[in-house]
Design a protein around this ligand. Structure first.
Ligand code: UN1
Length: 513
């Protein structure tokens, strides 16, 4: 690992052999049990973090509540200035942080840097937003009255993130939440806890330089029990959770029970429709990157290709051909396209999914399997697989977080392809490849894709931060990142002010005393 500069990166990020996993900023707590973080790249121990105890959790929340009272009073553009400085620190540390992401999570180095770039981008977006948290004025039906809408800071935002985007998801939430005047408590995935320590070190430095109090940015670590402390805590008005549909079902229900707000970013089952006029030069890289990028571990990864029968053979052959070029290996080595899965459990799930697809009648076009031998010692490297399948197969209906691509055939009109695309429980990302304007517009219409993201002539993954990100149905309905996603981090207040000497009632009601 030395040759890829990992030791140096860890040092720059302040990661040690044993790290405290609980912090309110510059203050770190000793914690309880330890979580070891092993790299899927080579199976080596990277470091450990301590988990958050119940007592420590309590201190974190009390400190966050206290910080909120002063932070919300700071003018929003000044909070934007803090986020601007944070973005600049990320620019300085893009190399080491991207490397840690790649080493702890297993995505390619390019994608690790890309993830840090997404953090920088959302910071820039949030800085601009800090001067645009605008409400509206609304004409009142009553004489001498005005109505307006204000957006006020919400309070503590609890963030639960997944291993696959171990730093960017936190930043999409925090950059917006901070300019909105909220304070954040983050529980990262137990599979990538060192990324959370690194991020906390970076923001803690910025907060200290600006003499800001403890509690604006906190991290906690541990398993679902630590997450549950947050989901059941009425002091946290918003929980933003990214992960599996199973996790979201529990989190959403727990938060709803106490009338909290939740922002859920759950599973996807994303498809690309490939029509007769699709341009293969666009289709092949779009589909292949979508299916094998991040080793199939993005919630936007392409799981299904829905191909028109008239071009089916040609498209299939081109994609199968492209799979032969894929180089699998150490993701820190930039010549490799695909790194490992996150851990051996995930390898197991991948193998079972392939077996299941076969048992249901799927025809394997590109064989999967676990790689062995030199460079693959961690046991987490697998071959991206392609399987001809039917949309109705149980396994095709299911999101498997691994590089398995299902090819489905459609005939007739694009409506038939749209039915297949929508015929799953998830609703995150979707795409159509076509040069027919009518097909593209149908796909984007109310009767088209039912997903939160619908693209034309680009794939399903790799969304920019400027748009609202999220999806419908079992994806959970939340939107984060760009557009007006900031509104979920604030509370809306409607004001009516009477500047007349009378008190007319609305709806013309008379109430004479
Ligand atoms: C995720 O997989 O959790 O569109 C999010 C993309 C990225 C975000 C993925 N910008 O692929």
């Amino acid at each position: 690992t030395t040759s890829f500069g990992i030791e140096e990166a860890l040092e720059k990020l302040g990661i040690k052999d044993l790290n405290h996993g609980t912090s309110t900023g510059n203050k770190w707590f000793p914690g309880g049990e330890e979580i070891a973080s092993y790299s899927p790249v080579n199976g080596e121990l990277i470091g450990k973090v301590t988990t958050t105890t119940k007592e420590e959790y309590e201190q974190v929340i009390v400190s966050a509540q206290k910080a909120f009272l002063s932070f919300r009073a700071m003018p929003a553009p000044q909070r934007g200035e803090i986020v601007r400085q944070f973005g600049n620190k990320l620019r300085e540390l893009k190399q080491p942080l991207g490397k840690l992401v790649s080493y702890e999570m297993g995505k390619s180095l390019q994608e690790g840097y890309g993830e840090v770039q997404e953090m920088i981008d959302i910071c820039d977006f949030a800085v601009g937003l800090s001067r645009q948290l605008n409400g509206q004025t609304i004409p009142s039906e009553r004489p001498g009255h005005v109505m307006r809408e204000q957006w006020h800071s919400l309070g503590i935002v609890g963030i639960i993130s997944a291993f696959n985007f171990p730093v960017a998801v936190w930043a999409w939430n925090t950059a917006l939440a901070w300019v909105c005047g909220d304070v954040c408590v983050w529980k990262a995935s137990e599979k990538a806890p060192l990324c959370s320590v690194a991020c906390q070190n970076i923001i803690a430095g910025v907060l200290k330089e600006n003499n800001l109090p403890e509690g604006i940015s906190s991290i906690i670590n541990g398993d679902y029990k630590v997450g549950e402390m947050m989901t059941t805590d009425t002091r946290i008005p918003l929980i933003s959770a990214t992960g599996s549909t199973r996790m979201g079902r529990t989190v959403g229900a727990k938060v709803a029970e106490r009338f909290g707000k939740s922002l859920l970013e759950l599973g996807g089952n994303n498809a690309i429709i490939i029509t007769p006029t699709a341009d293969l030069k666009v289709v092949v890289p779009g589909a292949v990157f979508g299916a094998v990028g991040t080793c199939g571990q993005r919630c936007t990864s392409t799981r299904r290709l829905i191909i028109h029968e008239s071009v089916y053979d040609k498209v299939r052959d081109a994609i199968v051909g492209a799979y032969k070029q894929i180089v699998i290996g150490n993701p820190l080595d930039e010549k490799n396209h695909v790194g490992p899965l996150i851990d051996k459990d995930s390898v197991d799930t991948y193998l079972k999914a392939i077996e299941k697809a076969k048992a249901e009648g799927g025809k394997v076009l590109v064989e999967g399997g676990v790689l062995e031998g030199e460079g693959y010692e961690s046991g987490c490297y697998v071959k991206p697989a392609i399987i001809e399948a039917e949309n109705s197969f149980e396994i095709v209906q299911h999101e498997t977080f691994a590089p398995i691509l299902y090819l489905l055939k459609y005939s007739g009109d694009v409506e038939n392809a749209i039915d297949l695309q929508n015929g799953v429980a998830q609703g995150l990302s979707s795409a159509i490849m076509t040069n027919e304007m009518k097909e593209a517009e149908k796909f984007l219409s109310f009767a088209g894709s039912d997903c939160g993201i619908a693209n034309v002539n680009i794939g399903t993954s790799g969304a920019e931060i400027g748009g609202a990100f999220g999806g419908e149905k079992e994806t959970g309905g939340g939107r984060e990142s760009g557009s007006d996603a900031w509104k979920v981090y604030m509370r809306r207040q409607t004001n009516t002010v009477n500047y007349s000497d009378e008190l007319p009632l609305a709806q013309g009601i008379k109430f004479d005393l």
